[in-house]
Write a protein that binds this ligand. Sequence first.
Ligand SMILES: CC(C)(COP(=O)(O)OP(=O)(O)OC[C@H]1O[C@@H](n2cnc3c(N)ncnc32)[C@H](O)[C@@H]1OP(=O)(O)O)[C@@H](O)C(=O)NCCC(=O)NCCS
Length: 329
Amino acid sequence: MVIVTPRLLLRELEQSDFNDLADMLQDPDVVYAYEHRFTHEDVQAWLDRQKSRYAQYGFGLWAAVNKNTGEVVGQAGLTLQPCEGEEVLEIGYLLKKRFWHQGYAREAAEGIKQYAFYTLNAPKVCSIIKTDNVPSMQVAKAIGMEKEKEFTAAYFNGGRPHFLFSAYKKEEENRSPSLVLRPYRPEDFPQIVRLFEDTIRTVNRRDYSPEQVEVWAKRGECLQNSFFTSLYTVVALFGDTVAGYGNIDSSGYLDHLYVHKDFQRRGVASAIYQELERYARSQGACRITVHASITARPFFERKGFSVQKEQQVLLEGIPLTNYEMDKIL
Ligand SMILES: CC(C)(COP(=O)(O)OP(=O)(O)OC[C@H]1O[C@@H](n2cnc3c(N)ncnc32)[C@H](O)[C@@H]1OP(=O)(O)O)[C@@H](O)C(=O)NCCC(=O)NCCS
């Protein structure tokens, strides 16, 4: 997984995506702007080009997959493109025709823009759009891009007039960001430790005594980057603010799930949980287990878990109640 948005999962393209790619690139309506018929060899070259982009830059065009159905709805991502002698970071999107007019391009582009600004620290993102491609311009405008200039871009059949649409990170603060999930990165560590400690001291406080809260929150001092990298850790962001995180191992043991005190009951844990469950299934796990706090128990019950056992864990000699819960996949 590279990015998760409300409905989509963006991930690197693989050889097994060849048929889905061909479905898009060989549909004249989808690639009308290219004015080119894509052969099987062209499709393979396109796929290989993305793979070398992933290796060289860490980004490229990714598969956009419907999270619920697992279906590839299109491709979307970031590439470096020439524009009048300079290189610009471009957000590109191309959807299978049957998925047009459902807001997927906008959703993917918004998530990619936030990834570019807040994970890659890019100051600016662009979209290069053929001057008659009105739907793509609408997507660009919907994610806050503005027309910067018109220029001639080289295409299969020579130069064609294009608009350069762009958005700047420094202007992003005026827009309310949507929720984006991505894998943990070491630079998240300080914010995550603070979130762990703050959430326990504020949210869990209603279910535990001050003494219990203190020994639990102090465990934040023992957390290490290696704990987060050794598990599949997913981070939920609103812009550059970590709204929550969770992690799971390949056997299906869900270890942490914490949501920022200011973002409770907004579906953040649900989004994280959905991705953790997807990962566990992909690893062949047939059960998810968790030691849930009193606070988190109703959440896990909502997700189909049942309590196997109530237990007391000792932290620095102080007992805390939690529940061994599981869900059969
Ligand atoms: C438990 C926790 C992770 C839930 O996060 P959240 O982002 O608020 O959860 P969501 O908004 O995704 O809620 C999903 C569902 O669970 C329900 N839910 C969440 N917390 C609930 C609570 N305390 N009581 C009752 N229902 C609750 C929601 O109403 C929602 O139900 P719906 O799908 O029918 O609308 C969050 O409260 C938290 O961080 N708690 C403190 C840390 C903690 O104890 N972590 C677990 C350690 S094991």
